[in-house]
Ligand binder design. Structure first.
Ligand code: PGA
Length: 236
Protein backbone atom coordinates (compact mmCIF):
# COMPACT_ATOMS: atom_id res chain seq x y z
CA UNK A 1 0.00 0.00 0.00
CA UNK A 2 1.43 3.34 -1.05
CA UNK A 3 -0.25 6.37 0.54
CA UNK A 4 0.76 9.70 -0.98
CA UNK A 5 -0.24 12.92 0.77
CA UNK A 6 -0.42 16.00 -1.43
CA UNK A 7 -1.29 19.56 -0.54
CA UNK A 8 -3.75 20.60 -3.24
CA UNK A 9 -6.53 19.24 -5.39
CA UNK A 10 -4.54 20.26 -8.47
CA UNK A 11 -1.57 18.13 -7.37
CA UNK A 12 -3.86 15.19 -6.59
CA UNK A 13 -5.46 15.46 -10.03
CA UNK A 14 -2.12 15.77 -11.82
CA UNK A 15 -0.61 12.78 -10.03
CA UNK A 16 -3.69 10.59 -10.60
CA UNK A 17 -3.76 11.51 -14.29
CA UNK A 18 -0.04 10.75 -14.60
CA UNK A 19 -0.58 7.24 -13.17
CA UNK A 20 -3.50 6.57 -15.52
CA UNK A 21 -1.54 7.98 -18.47
CA UNK A 22 1.41 5.68 -17.65
CA UNK A 23 -0.96 2.72 -17.65
CA UNK A 24 -2.29 3.69 -21.09
CA UNK A 25 1.22 4.22 -22.45
CA UNK A 26 2.46 0.88 -21.06
CA UNK A 27 -0.56 -1.03 -22.38
CA UNK A 28 -2.54 0.83 -25.07
CA UNK A 29 -5.25 -1.85 -25.12
CA UNK A 30 -5.66 -1.79 -21.34
CA UNK A 31 -8.91 -2.05 -19.39
CA UNK A 32 -9.55 0.96 -17.17
CA UNK A 33 -12.01 0.88 -14.30
CA UNK A 34 -13.40 4.39 -13.92
CA UNK A 35 -15.20 6.31 -11.20
CA UNK A 36 -17.60 9.24 -10.96
CA UNK A 37 -18.12 11.87 -8.26
CA UNK A 38 -16.55 15.27 -7.81
CA UNK A 39 -13.05 13.99 -6.95
CA UNK A 40 -12.07 12.51 -10.36
CA UNK A 41 -13.18 15.56 -12.38
CA UNK A 42 -9.72 17.19 -12.21
CA UNK A 43 -8.07 13.87 -13.09
CA UNK A 44 -10.24 13.60 -16.19
CA UNK A 45 -9.47 17.23 -17.13
CA UNK A 46 -5.76 16.42 -17.01
CA UNK A 47 -6.26 13.31 -19.14
CA UNK A 48 -8.22 15.34 -21.72
CA UNK A 49 -5.38 17.88 -21.77
CA UNK A 50 -2.82 15.14 -22.40
CA UNK A 51 -4.99 13.82 -25.24
CA UNK A 52 -5.35 17.30 -26.77
CA UNK A 53 -1.58 17.77 -26.59
CA UNK A 54 -1.15 14.54 -28.56
CA UNK A 55 0.42 12.69 -25.63
CA UNK A 56 -2.30 10.06 -25.11
CA UNK A 57 -4.31 7.77 -27.36
CA UNK A 58 -7.53 6.22 -26.06
CA UNK A 59 -8.46 4.44 -29.28
CA UNK A 60 -7.57 0.91 -28.24
CA UNK A 61 -8.58 0.83 -24.58
CA UNK A 62 -11.77 -0.33 -22.89
CA UNK A 63 -13.44 1.17 -19.83
CA UNK A 64 -15.82 -0.18 -17.21
CA UNK A 65 -17.44 2.18 -14.75
CA UNK A 66 -18.20 1.30 -11.17
CA UNK A 67 -21.82 2.18 -10.75
CA UNK A 68 -25.04 3.85 -11.86
CA UNK A 69 -28.21 5.06 -10.20
CA UNK A 70 -31.14 2.70 -10.64
CA UNK A 71 -33.89 4.17 -12.77
CA UNK A 72 -31.83 6.83 -14.55
CA UNK A 73 -31.27 6.47 -18.29
CA UNK A 74 -27.92 7.43 -19.78
CA UNK A 75 -29.25 10.72 -21.12
CA UNK A 76 -30.34 11.91 -17.66
CA UNK A 77 -27.93 14.71 -16.68
CA UNK A 78 -27.38 13.15 -13.23
CA UNK A 79 -26.72 9.67 -14.57
CA UNK A 80 -23.16 8.41 -14.37
CA UNK A 81 -23.19 7.57 -18.09
CA UNK A 82 -23.93 11.24 -18.79
CA UNK A 83 -21.19 12.27 -16.34
CA UNK A 84 -18.61 10.09 -18.07
CA UNK A 85 -19.55 11.29 -21.55
CA UNK A 86 -19.50 14.88 -20.39
CA UNK A 87 -16.27 14.77 -18.37
CA UNK A 88 -14.15 12.37 -20.41
CA UNK A 89 -15.49 10.21 -23.21
CA UNK A 90 -16.78 13.04 -25.44
CA UNK A 91 -13.39 14.77 -25.31
CA UNK A 92 -11.02 11.92 -26.19
CA UNK A 93 -10.82 9.32 -28.95
CA UNK A 94 -12.14 6.37 -26.93
CA UNK A 95 -14.49 4.21 -29.02
CA UNK A 96 -17.99 4.68 -27.54
CA UNK A 97 -18.72 0.96 -27.91
CA UNK A 98 -15.70 0.25 -25.68
CA UNK A 99 -17.04 2.35 -22.80
CA UNK A 100 -19.18 0.47 -20.29
CA UNK A 101 -21.30 2.00 -17.55
CA UNK A 102 -23.77 -0.23 -15.69
CA UNK A 103 -27.30 0.14 -17.06
CA UNK A 104 -29.47 1.66 -14.35
CA UNK A 105 -32.58 0.56 -16.23
CA UNK A 106 -31.70 -3.12 -16.81
CA UNK A 107 -34.88 -5.23 -16.72
CA UNK A 108 -33.19 -7.94 -14.64
CA UNK A 109 -30.44 -6.22 -12.61
CA UNK A 110 -29.23 -9.48 -11.03
CA UNK A 111 -28.62 -11.18 -14.38
CA UNK A 112 -27.27 -7.91 -15.74
CA UNK A 113 -24.77 -7.65 -12.85
CA UNK A 114 -23.45 -11.15 -13.47
CA UNK A 115 -23.11 -10.39 -17.19
CA UNK A 116 -21.25 -7.15 -16.37
CA UNK A 117 -18.71 -9.05 -14.25
CA UNK A 118 -18.38 -11.67 -16.99
CA UNK A 119 -17.73 -8.96 -19.59
CA UNK A 120 -14.91 -7.62 -17.39
CA UNK A 121 -13.47 -11.12 -16.94
CA UNK A 122 -13.72 -11.76 -20.69
CA UNK A 123 -11.52 -8.71 -21.27
CA UNK A 124 -8.91 -10.20 -18.94
CA UNK A 125 -9.97 -8.14 -15.90
CA UNK A 126 -9.28 -4.52 -15.04
CA UNK A 127 -5.69 -3.30 -15.39
CA UNK A 128 -6.13 -0.11 -13.37
CA UNK A 129 -9.14 0.71 -11.22
CA UNK A 130 -9.71 4.33 -10.20
CA UNK A 131 -11.76 4.80 -7.02
CA UNK A 132 -13.12 7.65 -4.95
CA UNK A 133 -14.20 7.08 -1.36
CA UNK A 134 -17.40 8.08 0.43
CA UNK A 135 -17.41 9.91 3.75
CA UNK A 136 -18.71 6.62 5.19
CA UNK A 137 -15.86 4.60 3.63
CA UNK A 138 -17.87 3.31 0.69
CA UNK A 139 -16.16 2.44 -2.58
CA UNK A 140 -18.31 2.51 -5.69
CA UNK A 141 -21.74 2.17 -4.04
CA UNK A 142 -20.67 -0.63 -1.70
CA UNK A 143 -22.14 0.86 1.47
CA UNK A 144 -21.21 -0.18 5.03
CA UNK A 145 -22.79 -3.60 5.60
CA UNK A 146 -22.46 -6.93 7.40
CA UNK A 147 -20.71 -8.66 4.50
CA UNK A 148 -18.59 -7.80 1.49
CA UNK A 149 -20.47 -8.56 -1.75
CA UNK A 150 -18.36 -9.82 -4.64
CA UNK A 151 -20.68 -9.45 -7.66
CA UNK A 152 -22.10 -6.41 -9.40
CA UNK A 153 -25.37 -5.96 -7.51
CA UNK A 154 -28.11 -3.53 -6.58
CA UNK A 155 -27.91 -1.60 -3.32
CA UNK A 156 -30.01 0.76 -1.26
CA UNK A 157 -28.02 3.92 -0.73
CA UNK A 158 -27.04 5.03 2.75
CA UNK A 159 -28.75 8.13 4.13
CA UNK A 160 -25.32 9.77 4.34
CA UNK A 161 -24.63 9.01 0.65
CA UNK A 162 -27.98 10.48 -0.41
CA UNK A 163 -27.23 13.51 1.75
CA UNK A 164 -23.72 13.87 0.21
CA UNK A 165 -25.00 13.51 -3.36
CA UNK A 166 -28.02 15.79 -3.09
CA UNK A 167 -25.81 18.70 -4.15
CA UNK A 168 -26.02 17.41 -7.73
CA UNK A 169 -29.85 17.38 -7.77
CA UNK A 170 -32.51 20.08 -7.44
CA UNK A 171 -33.71 18.55 -4.16
CA UNK A 172 -32.98 15.56 -1.94
CA UNK A 173 -36.25 13.96 -3.09
CA UNK A 174 -34.82 13.64 -6.60
CA UNK A 175 -31.76 11.62 -5.48
CA UNK A 176 -32.34 7.98 -6.42
CA UNK A 177 -32.38 5.71 -3.37
CA UNK A 178 -30.95 2.68 -5.17
CA UNK A 179 -28.03 1.96 -7.45
CA UNK A 180 -26.27 -0.84 -9.27
CA UNK A 181 -22.62 -1.18 -8.29
CA UNK A 182 -19.61 -3.28 -9.05
CA UNK A 183 -18.90 -5.46 -6.02
CA UNK A 184 -15.58 -6.20 -4.37
CA UNK A 185 -14.79 -9.10 -6.74
CA UNK A 186 -13.96 -7.14 -9.88
CA UNK A 187 -12.43 -4.30 -7.84
CA UNK A 188 -10.10 -6.59 -5.85
CA UNK A 189 -9.17 -8.53 -9.00
CA UNK A 190 -7.97 -5.33 -10.69
CA UNK A 191 -4.22 -5.50 -11.24
CA UNK A 192 -3.71 -2.00 -9.82
CA UNK A 193 -6.01 0.16 -7.71
CA UNK A 194 -5.73 3.95 -7.43
CA UNK A 195 -7.89 5.61 -4.80
CA UNK A 196 -8.18 9.40 -4.61
CA UNK A 197 -9.57 11.35 -1.66
CA UNK A 198 -9.99 15.10 -1.48
CA UNK A 199 -10.98 17.34 1.42
CA UNK A 200 -11.08 17.23 5.21
CA UNK A 201 -14.42 15.40 5.14
CA UNK A 202 -12.57 12.30 3.89
CA UNK A 203 -9.98 12.24 6.70
CA UNK A 204 -11.91 9.90 8.97
CA UNK A 205 -12.79 7.54 6.11
CA UNK A 206 -9.12 7.33 5.10
CA UNK A 207 -7.98 6.69 8.68
CA UNK A 208 -10.57 3.98 9.27
CA UNK A 209 -10.02 2.36 5.87
CA UNK A 210 -6.25 2.12 5.86
CA UNK A 211 -5.22 2.26 9.51
CA UNK A 212 -8.06 0.27 11.11
CA UNK A 213 -9.43 -3.26 10.98
CA UNK A 214 -10.66 -4.81 7.73
CA UNK A 215 -14.44 -4.90 8.02
CA UNK A 216 -17.43 -4.57 5.69
CA UNK A 217 -18.60 -1.78 8.01
CA UNK A 218 -15.79 0.22 6.35
CA UNK A 219 -15.95 -1.09 2.77
CA UNK A 220 -12.68 0.49 1.56
CA UNK A 221 -10.78 -1.35 4.32
CA UNK A 222 -10.76 -4.47 2.12
CA UNK A 223 -8.25 -2.65 -0.09
CA UNK A 224 -5.60 -3.24 2.60
CA UNK A 225 -5.46 -6.75 1.13
CA UNK A 226 -4.86 -5.52 -2.43
CA UNK A 227 -1.29 -6.20 -3.61
CA UNK A 228 -0.96 -2.99 -5.68
CA UNK A 229 -2.84 -0.12 -4.06
CA UNK A 230 -1.96 3.56 -4.36
CA UNK A 231 -3.90 6.14 -2.35
CA UNK A 232 -3.53 9.86 -3.14
CA UNK A 233 -4.96 12.14 -0.46
CA UNK A 234 -5.41 15.86 -0.10
CA UNK A 235 -7.06 16.00 3.30
CA UNK A 236 -6.53 19.59 4.51
P1 PGA B 1 -16.96 12.47 -4.29
O1 PGA B 1 -17.59 11.03 -4.10
O2 PGA B 1 -15.81 12.29 -5.21
O3 PGA B 1 -18.06 13.29 -4.91
O4 PGA B 1 -16.55 12.93 -2.93
C1 PGA B 1 -16.77 9.95 -3.87
C2 PGA B 1 -17.59 8.72 -3.58
O5 PGA B 1 -18.70 8.85 -3.02
O6 PGA B 1 -17.12 7.61 -3.91
Amino acid sequence: MNIIHVSSYEELSRKAADIIASQILMKPNCVLGLATGSTPIGTYQNLVKKYQQGDLDFSTLTTFNLDEYLGLTGDHPQSYRYFMNDNLFNHVNVRPECTNVPDGCAADPKAYGLAYDQAIADMGGIDLQLLGIGNNGHIAFNEPADVFVAETHTVTLDKSTIEANKRFFNSIDEVPTQAITMGMGSIMKAKKVLLIANGAAKKEAIEKSFYGPITPEVPASILQLHPDLTVICNLD
